[in-house]
Design a protein around this ligand. Structure first.
Ligand code: RNT
Ligand code: ZN
Length: 416
């Protein structure tokens, strides 16, 4: 065994381009990432047996899916131990936990229905983010917040208000602010006659919902847009223009999901514009393959470019970062881990870039040098810095976590 210290070598390599790996690791360890509970059970939830609706789909039938809160929490624990760093728990309202014989419809959900989740998060030192669930429900068969049926519309407004109260409860209990993301699948398969009517009703419903009193320093509502869904190919009520305009006017956060645009549109290019006009900005990091397929996040070019924009903006702390993917064709716990680790790697890589130097090359028009610098950066030993990050985060290095997850699959998941 030689005494060669790979991290030391990497540290020197990065120092030679003016990058401090210690500072990069330190910062990377503190950036919160919201871990989506819904990867563990194919967006199933616990409040009904209804199939997943809303134009989103999981495909695959890999065995071992979590079917109870206990199973989902156990699976999530395995994921958390292999992801490490600062994580938030990201819950959907449909993951309410009822006692035996108890039930509350979405408009009547209360903090107590999430008490076990609060206990789970507190034990692990995690904050909680929240999402009202405007799908997989009998009253979501057609439209929700933009429904022309006043009773249905009111039901969903009341759901949103209940969720704001629950979000505030999460923030108070954990001591960490709660980001509450609003996404509805409302839309039409075919060309509508009236595009403005549903959007006007949506705006009215959001106004009514956000009129619920909540502590603005503890709860940060945000609004997610989408260009289309399965069965909603021609028109979505919550389009990009609608959500951006509404969020700007009402001073709530916009949320961009990188699966929610036309295939050649890149969220990485949109981030800077949004930052100029918003104090805070939320992202759903996912991987669309030909459609909003929510594949597991890879360490691909767009994921890297998104991370680069976050870091280069010098406003990392103004982002609410969340994962949003669900793959039922592979081990769901491994999917959580590899996707989360990939995003973390992208963030660490971005922290290892000499942004000030690169910006200076751009500003002075030295684009040839910039191209060469960016390309040659790619073969620097960032993997060794990641390995050091893992050691400091107390998580297994690459190559060392999958065997234990496969043992868990054999002993626990397949035994369900
Ligand atoms: C759907 C949106 C939304 C959902 C989650 C489950 O296309 O991306 O964020 O994925 O709320
Ligand atoms: Zn999303």
């Amino acid at each position: 065994m030689c005494n060669f210290n790979a991290y030391q070598y990497a540290k020197e390599k990065f120092a030679s381009i003016g990058v401090d790996t210690e500072a990069a690791i330190e910062k990377a360890l503190t950036v919160p990432l919201a871990l989506h509970c819904w990867q563990g059970d194919d967006v199933g939830g616990f409040d009904s047996d209804m199939a997943l609706s809303g134009g989103i789909q999981t495909t695959g039938n890999y065995p071992g899916k979590a079917r109870t809160p206990e199973q989902l929490m156990a699976d999530m624990d395995v994921a958390i131990k292999n992801i490490g760093g600062v994580l938030k728990l990201n819950l959907h309202a449909s993951y309410a936990i009822f006692q035996k014989g108890e039930f509350a419809d979405r408009d009547a959900l209360e903090p107590k229905h999430f008490a076990p989740w609060v206990a789970f998060a507190k034990e692990r030192g995690m904050g909680i983010d929240f999402n009202p669930t405007f799908f997989s429900h009998p009253k979501a068969a057609e439209f929700t917040l933009s429904s022309p049926d006043e009773e249905i519309r009111r039901f969903w407004v009341d759901h949103g208000r209940a969720c704001l109260r629950i979000s505030e409860y999460f923030a108070r209990e954990t001591g960490i602010p709660c980001v509450m993301n609003i996404w509805t699948p409302d839309g039409y398969k075919d060309i509508p006659a009236d595009r403005i009517g549903p959007r006007a009703r949506f705006a009215k419903s959001l106004d009514e919902m956000l009129a619920e009193p909540y502590d603005h320093s503890l709860v940060f509502p945000c609004l997610e847009s989408k260009v289309f869904g399965i069965g909603l190919e021609s028109y979505t009520v919550g389009s990009a223009e609608f959500t951006l305009s509404y969020a700007a006017k009402k001073g709530i956060m916009p949320l961009m999901d990188n699966g929610h645009y036309h295939p050649t549109e890149m969220v990485s290019d949109k981030i800077a514009s949004l930052l100029l006009f918003n104090d805070k900005f939320a992202l759903h990091v996912t991987r669309p393959v030909r459609w909003d397929s929510d594949h597991v996040v890879r360490l691909d070019d767009e994921t890297r470019e998104i991370a680069k924009e976050i870091v280069a903006s010098e406003r990392i702390d103004d982002f609410a970062l969340a994962l949003d993917y669900f793959d039922a064709s592979i081990n769901r716990v491994a999917a959580w881990i590899v996707g989360a680790r990939n995003f973390r790697k992208a963030m660490l890589d971005a922290l290892l870039m000499p942004h000030a130097d690169w910006k200076a090359l751009q500003t002075s028009g030295r684009m040839t040098e910039l191209l060469v610098a960016q390309e040659e950066w790619k073969t620097l030993p960032a993997g060794e810095v990641w390995a050091e990050y893992c050691r400091r985060a107390g998580i297994p290095e690459d190559g060392a976590w999958l065997p234990s997850v496969l043992n868990y699959e054999r002993d626990v998941q397949l035994a369900r």
